[in-house]
Ligand binder design. Structure first.
Ligand code: GLA
Length: 385
């Protein structure tokens, strides 16, 4: 079991008793690229997670980290560290740096972690890394920081130590998730409500394209800038707006001439996608799974044609899903350019679709397709052996 492996390794390396923290990855039902536009999202924490073993080591400055899955260790000094080329330590050092910026006193600590969230699969393994450590250090050093503050802090860690100007969705879901529920979150006010996911005969199946995306080097930050450009254009006529959250399709259309084609498409997507989040909330309340599915397919179309963050592998998987009447909806999920599709599929057809999609995918791309079912889980928490 993951937690016992992590605890054993910790003891072997550091001969000490740690606390154990479990930090989940996330799915997103809908609301992609809306978070950094002050809009709405509909994520959930899932039963794929990272387990951390952490304990103070008696030193005032030395921190020792061990990534069990990669068999890699890393040390840093609390009084002198900065972002490196190496990815995983950056997520963790970023968190420490943000805690220090808040004036919180951290002592030297040791940490071992291991997880089962596919890396680069669009399931926010990076947010889980950040949230798990932040939560653990908060407990360990009695820092008295609320979960909501930790959420913001981990987002800043990602901005400052990895250069990805991510929104708040991933960290929020990993931190605040609730078993059997998805979260409808207003990314402007951070007001949120839990929605019990009653999917009846249907389940959520993820298809991992095994196309690894890298948000930092990809067009993620560019998309953000394009949205800002759209806001700047609209502001000339609507000075009251501060983000695409405030924009309607009519406003956009009225100013069509002022936009380049690309910026117009980006803005249109965000405006539509915000609307889809609102509609999916209503559809779930009404137990209208057909409508939920339709919105997923529509969301994918927008991501592909307007926001242009899909790729041929993800499009292929969604098209495959569209052919089976037993799948009500499917779309690419997360930042894009790779990772997973999310499929709302009839329980009785999961095994069939899995085989079918794997064969077709491998035939078409010569690549393996991994599939797995997910359920909604609790956010970051302490666990026992
Ligand atoms: C990544 C980011 C999130 C969000 C999604 C797209 O996962 O970390 O903040 O913008 O992409 O919805």
């Amino acid at each position: 079991m993951l937690k016992s492996r992590v605890a054993e390794q910790f003891y072997e390396l550091y001969s000490n008793d740690p606390i154990l923290i479990k930090a989940p990855g996330r799915i997103n039902i809908i609301g992609e690229h809306t978070d950094y536009n002050d809009g709405f999202v509909f994520p959930a924490a899932i039963d794929k997670y990272i387990v951390f073993a952490i304990a103070p080591n008696g030193s005032s400055r030395q921190c020792r980290l061990h990534a069990l899955d990669m068999q890699e260790s890393f040390e840093f000094d609390l009084t002198d560290f900065q972002p490196l080329n190496k990815k995983w330590p950056n997520y963790l050092m970023g968190v420490v740096s943000e805690l220090q910026l808040l004036g919180k006193k951290i002592q030297g600590f040791d940490c071992v972690f291991s997880g089962n969230i596919p890396i680069g699969g669009g399931l926010s393994s990076s947010a889980a890394l950040e949230c798990g450590l932040a939560y653990g250090l908060n407990v360990l050093f009695d820092l008295n920081i609320s979960k909501l503050q930790l959420t913001r802090l981990t987002q800043r860690a990602e901005h400052h130590f990895t250069g990805v100007k991510c929104g708040i969705m991933d960290q929020f879901a990993s931190m605040m998730g609730k078993v059997e529920h998805a979260i409808k979150l207003d990314c402007r006010s951070l007001e949120y409500s839990y929605f019990k996911l009653n999917l009846g005969e249907y389940e959520l199946l993820l298809c991992d394209s095994n196309v690894k995306h890298s948000l930092a080097s990809s067009a993620y930050n560019t998309r953000r800038l394009e949205c800002d450009t759209g806001v700047a254009i609209l502001k000339k006529h609507y000075p009251e707006i501060t983000s695409l959250r405030d924009v309607t399709l009519d406003m956009l259309k009225a100013e069509r001439e002022a936009f380049s084609e690309v910026i117009f498409k980006r803005c249109q997507f965000v405006v539509d996608e915000n609307q889809r989040v609102v509609e999916i909330g209503k559809a779930l309340e009404n137990n209208d799974l057909q409508a939920v599915g339709r919105l997923l397919f529509e969301g994918h179309k927008g991501l592909r044609e307007l926001y242009e963050v899909s790729c041929k592998e993800l499009d292929f998987l969604v098209e495959l899903a569209q052919k089976g009447t037993y799948i009500l909806g499917a779309r690419m999920m997360g930042g894009g350019f790779g990772g997973c599709t999310i499929n709302l599929i009839h329980r009785s057809k999961v095994a069939y679709f899995r085989d079918h999609a794997q064969r077709q995918y491998e035939f078409r791309f010569g690549k393996k397709l991994s599939t797995f079912k997910v359920v909604c889980s609790d956010g970051v928490k302490m666990i026992r052996l």
